[in-house]
Design a protein around this ligand. Structure first.
Ligand SMILES: [Zn+2]
Length: 401
């Protein structure tokens, strides 16, 4: 049993209480939080903070080798560069590459991440990860002639990854996007997720090109599909795509170009959104309208996406970017929402029993120090985001990592 004491303790409980000079008592689960708890406590020092460890809901670690090889600044140009460099990047990312990616997340206080696996090659590097992994086998492909073979390959990957399920390794499924997966495959994968109660992730409305393609079969994607796949017809309307996810736990990634009706549908489905602000910026697709997302009461997480569209997997850097990018929102309240996004909202999306410091939750927490005293309690979240890049300690299931 460990008892820690800090100047600022962010519970992220229902009321988002911040306790001053408070204690937390835990073993592998949180036993209690508050004041005058039994036993000897370790005081973490002046301006110290304890909060739930962060959760990066959406990454593609297969791309971790990328630093400068992809073409940023325009979505379709980027996608072309991904298709050209994909194999090379995948092959060159081996043990050390995954280790470094995990290390970078760990330093930023990440205890768990959602990994989108398109090949299954990353499994051997992630099955014994020191951080918690939710491993989303992804399906992609539109060719109706090979639907069965593609599904079989997907199933093989699911079954392979299933063998490693434990306290720290869980599985989910991913449908790449409405423009890249045949509807027959969508149905099969959703059916599987429903039967086995697995979380789902799907990219949705990331770019203007996707919007024009799915709405009218026009725009930059038309040329792209003709060039790469000789298949120039969208296979599903965006709203029909969303409707398929009824009675599932689905997170839609990006949603930058989702319209009012689609956001309303996402809300009705009790689904959620993962917001990847740096990726959106680098591919120059614009930014998610967080105001509209909030008005529809859609919970959102913030994630780094992969190194295919980011310069870092540090989640504190990501939420700092979000804080500075969304100039239409008040930074004080946005900061509060962003901390929720990377803790309790993220936990819900990944089916994890963490993300808040409450009795019986997994003892997944981080400790670090602010550079000075914060006079107004309401400003604590903002100062945490402004002044934190790396944490001092990360505990997962009560163990120092
Ligand atoms: Zn992604």
């Amino acid at each position: 049993m460990i008892k820690l004491k800090a100047d600022y303790v962010l519970t992220m409980n229902e009321k988002d209480e911040i306790l001053l000079n408070a204690e937390i008592l835990f073993s592998n689960k949180i036993i209690d939080i508050g004041y005058n708890l039994p036993g000897e406590s370790i005081y973490l020092g002046k301006n110290s903070v304890i909060m739930p460890a962060l959760i990066n809901t959406h990454t593609h670690l297969e791309f971790s080798k990328n630093k400068t090889s992809l073409n940023y600044g325009d979505f379709i140009t980027w996608l072309d560069s991904v298709i050209n460099s994909r194999e090379e990047l995948f092959i060159s990312c081996k043990g050390e590459c995954y280790k470094n990616a995990i290390e970078e997340m760990k330093k930023s206080g990440v205890c768990a991440f959602g990994e989108i696996s398109s090949t299954g090659n990353d499994l051997k590097y992630l099955k014994y990860s020191p951080l918690k992994v939710v491993y989303f086998n992804e399906i992609i492909g539109t060719n109706p002639a090979i639907v069965d073979a593609m599904y079989q390959d997907f199933l093989n990957r699911v079954n392979e990854s299933k063998q490693y399920q434990n306290e720290k390794f869980k599985i989910g499924v991913s449908i790449h996007s409405p423009y890249s997966v045949h509807p027959i495959l969508m149905d099969k994968v959703i059916e599987l997720a429903k039967n086995e109660n697995l979380p789902i992730q799907a990219h949705f409305m990331e770019s203007k090109a996707e919007r024009s393609w799915l709405d009218k079969g026009e725009g930059e994607f038309k040329l792209f599909f003709e060039k790469h796949f000789k298949n120039a017809k969208p296979l599903i309307k965006p709203i029909e795509f969303l409707e398929k996810f009824k009675n599932t736990n689905t997170t839609f990634i990006h949603c930058v170009y989702a319209n009012e009706k689609e956001l309303e549908k996402i809300s009705q489905l009790n689904a959620s959104i993962a917001h990847c602000p740096v990726s959106n910026r680098l591919l120059n697709v614009g930014k998610l309208d967080l105001e509209r997302v909030k008005n529809q009461s859609i919970p959102y997480s913030v994630a780094t996406d992969g190194m295919s569209s980011n310069y870092s997997l540090n989640l504190f850097k990501e939420i700092r970017a979000a804080l500075l990018m969304h100039t239409d929102l008040h930074p004080k309240y946005l900061a509060k929402d962003l901390l929720k996004a990377v803790t309790k909202n993220a936990a819900k999306q990944l089916h994890l029993n963490n993300g808040s410091l409450e009795k019986d939750k997994d003892a997944d927490l981080i400790t670090f120090k602010l550079p000075g005293k914060v006079k107004e309690k309401e400003l604590i979240p903002m100062h945490i985001i402004l002044h934190t890049t790396e944490v001092e300690e990360l505990y997962i299931n009560g163990e120092k990592i």
